[in-house]
Design a protein. Sequence first.
Length: 247
Amino acid sequence: MITIERLKKSFDDTPVLKSIDLQVNKGEVVCLVGASGSGKTTLLRCLNLLETPDEGRIKIGDKEVSFGEKPISKKDIKDIRKYSGMVFQGFHLFPHMTLLENITQAPLTAKQQEKDVIMKEAEVLLEKVGLSEHQDKYPDALSGGQQQRAAIARALMMHPEVMLFDEPTSALDPQLVREVLKVIESLAKDGQTMVIVTHEMHFARRIADKAFFMDDGYIVEEGPADQVLANPKEDRTREFLALLEDE
Ligand SMILES: Nc1ncnc2c1ncn2[C@@H]1O[C@H](COP(=O)(O)OP(=O)(O)OP(=O)(O)O)[C@@H](O)[C@H]1O
Ligand SMILES: [Mg+2]
């Protein structure tokens, strides 16, 4: 589903992704862990071209783009973005739209389906994330956990082949974390391919097939999630996990 090869990205001459190789198969749940500043968000943003990599190659679905040889086109960006839906730490709902409007805005604009099909699907998804009774409220009137579940529903409305989550629960109070993790876990059960940046290690071990540990712009360890997150081979991974346990 996703193949990344020798991906590099610098900001102002400071290399952030130094040479990333990574593969995600269809239906896999992959988690990405690593210290603050190691490049996790940058990697996710490169995956849907919110950042343009300097070098390397990304293949996602049937679309393949190489970087560094010639500038990427608007069509490349559009084609790549079609495959993924992103959920951010800070929800990013539109404040002036109700939940229902938030989640139907993109599909209604894209006009890929009839309006009544889109509205029906919105109803089903809001039910799935437990927000049916809140569909006419504005984001301001909802808890962080509810807003994040709405953000997940909004991304799902576009039928992405891959869902990308960047620390989806780190802005939430502890009692709200579980309801969001439950929704993500149900997507995993449905076979949704996902890449999740998270510090929720118990959750990651339970739902992820594979884990990648990033350090200083490289992936320094990868393997089955329960091995990488419970019995890592690399010292750097071990040190990072020990720090998390101390928190
Ligand atoms: N737009 C940008 N301009 C300049 N530097 C940036 C930009 N985005 C990220 N960086 C730098 O790149 C490095 C990696 O940032 P990134 O956000 O990818 O790390 P992260 O692993 O997601 O960290 P965290 O766990 O804190 O979210 C950091 O040093 C950051 O300051
Ligand atoms: Mg980040």
